[in-house]
Every structure is written in C-alpha cells, then in structure tokens.
Design a protein around this ligand. Structure first.
Ligand SMILES: [Zn+2]
Ligand SMILES: [Zn+2]
Length: 122
C-alpha cells in the first residue's frame, strides 16, 4: 500500500472533474459561446461535435440544428464562426482574443445570445 497511488488517483479524478466542467454547457450558456469555448479547448474535428453535444444536453428537441447550421455554411464547429456567427462588433481582421461572458439564453433554445450576430456576407 503506497500513498503515491492515492495522489495519482486524486490527480486523475481532478482531471476528470475538470474535463466534465469544461464540456458541460454552463447554466443559460448559449450555443455559440459554448461551442467557441470548446473550440478553444479541444479544437474542431470537422464535425459539429460540440454543437451537437450542446443540443443533446440542453436542447434535445432541436432536431433540425445540424441542418440549419449547415444552411448557413456551418458544416463543422469552426465553420459556424467563419460563415454563421461572429461576435458583435468584431472586426474579422482583428478577432477579439477574449470571449465576453455569455449574456445567456433560455434553456432549450439554440439561438445564440446577444454577443453574436449573423455574418452577412453579401
Ligand atoms: Zn471545423
Ligand atoms: Zn452566449
């Protein structure tokens, strides 16, 4: 019986807890703020991994989410921010380094909060 095992176990469960904290959408956190936060942490895997996780956890009835994101050019999580939404007032040549705190949305909604505006390409 060695105490090093205990320390290692504690570190591991700490990491697991931290992982769970990061990947769980915050109370009232909107789709875009959540996905942006996940992209910072885990990057994009060329799917709507984070967006669909958000939906599964908070808005399971938004079954058309992937289709509606694709329609605005968001075929994966990072494209959502290239083609779909940008931070309000953001200059695309000088992206803001720090994400503002989420303004918050009603639970079950997949509409982004007031931090975000639709990218108008035309
Ligand atoms: Zn991507
Ligand atoms: Zn938000």
């Amino acid at each position: 019986m060695s105490s090093t095992h205990t320390i290692a176990d504690e570190a591991e469960s700490f990491l697991r807890r931290r992982q769970a904290e990061i990947t769980t959408p915050g109370e009232g956190e909107c789709l875009c703020c959540y996905v942006m936060r996940q992209l910072d942490e885990f990057g994009c895997d060329n799917r709507l991994r984070h967006a669909l996780h958000y939906r599964d956890v908070l808005a399971p009835r938004a079954t058309g989410l992937a289709a509606s994101l694709s329609r605005m050019g968001g075929y994966c999580d990072c494209e959502l921010f290239m083609n779909g939404y940008q931070l309000r007032g953001e200059d695309s040549d000088a992206p803001r380094a720090v994400l503002p705190a989420c303004v918050g949305v009603r639970r079950g909604s997949v509409t982004p909060c007031g931090n975000w505006v639709r990218i108008d390409r035309y």
